[in-house]
Ligand binder design. Structure first.
Ligand code: F6R
Length: 244
């Protein structure tokens, strides 16, 4: 728990930097699982600063984003593809071929195959070393909405009404928010060697209390993280308010 979100964000950015430097020394790749939304923005900002001011290189970094709306064009300013380029990838030296984001443009009949390949690709590079997560008011991680099982894999899902309402202003109205998304599953997330989940502000306080102190249940998929061997929750004071 930190007083302000920025302190948590700097801690997470430093952890990512340390992992990148360690893997570079060892001559291996660094595989990161990444999230979008407002929560990780300051982490990405700090990573860009580290790249520009401290010469941190991302040449050995391979990334897998958690999710993407479906359907959505890559150029749409609310697509997660756009978000990642705008907030991180355009400003660092990561090779384009190392970037993986679920594709919101693939035809329906190819979605299943795409999801299987996404999952296989994560395994083929040795799995995720560090997974970044935010948390939704529904208790979702990625877009694993309530009802998602521990065994769920990368797949297409229906977005919860609450989640779509939270996105409504960004899309200029609920009717423009996509109804579906492609998301890594709970099991895909749980396979990560290390997880850093972040939640800031009083709007997240109730769901954070359930996530950390409530029973492990698919009604709040984030509670599955209680059973992960190496997961750290970063939050500010306001978000910690409802913890006992
Ligand atoms: C985004 C994602 C979501 C968000 C969550 C919180 O890639 O997977 O689970 O992390 O909806 O969103 P913000 O950070 O906007 O409050």
């Amino acid at each position: 728990i930190t007083v302000a979100p920025i302190q948590s964000s700097l801690m997470v950015a430093r952890e990512i930097r340390d992992l990148i430097l360690k893997t570079q020394k060892e001559g291996i790749n660094c595989v990161l699982g990444l999230a979008t939304g407002s929560t990780p923005v300051a982490v990405y900002k700090e990573l860009i600063r580290m790249h520009k001011e401290e010469g941190l290189s991302f040449k050995n970094v391979i990334t897998f984003n958690l999710d993407e709306y479906y359907p959505i064009a890559k150029e749409h300013n609310q697509s997660y593809n756009y978000f990642m380029r705008d907030r991180l990838f355009n400003h660092i030296d990561i090779p384009a071929e190392n970037i993986n984001i679920p594709d919101g443009t693939i035809p329906k009949e190819s979605v299943l195959k795409f999801c299987e390949e996404y999952e296989a690709k994560i395994d083929s590079v040795g799995g995720i070393d560090l997974q970044l997560l935010g948390i939704g008011r529904t208790g979702h991680i990625g877009f694993n909405e309530p009802g998602s099982s521990l065994l769920s894999k990368t797949r297409i899902i229906n977005l919860d009404k609450k989640t779509r309402m939270d996105a409504a202003s960004d899309f200029m109205g609920l009717q423009h928010v996509p109804k579906y998304a492609i998301t890594m599953g709970v099991s895909s997330v749980m396979k990560a060697k290390k997880i850093a989940i972040m939640g800031f502000s009083e709007t997240k306080a109730p769901i954070i209390a359930s996530t950390i102190e409530g029973p492990v249940t698919s009604e709040c998929p984030a509670t599955f993280l209680q059973t992960h061997p190496n997961c750290t929750f970063y939050m500010d004071l306001a978000a910690a308010e409802k913890l006992t």
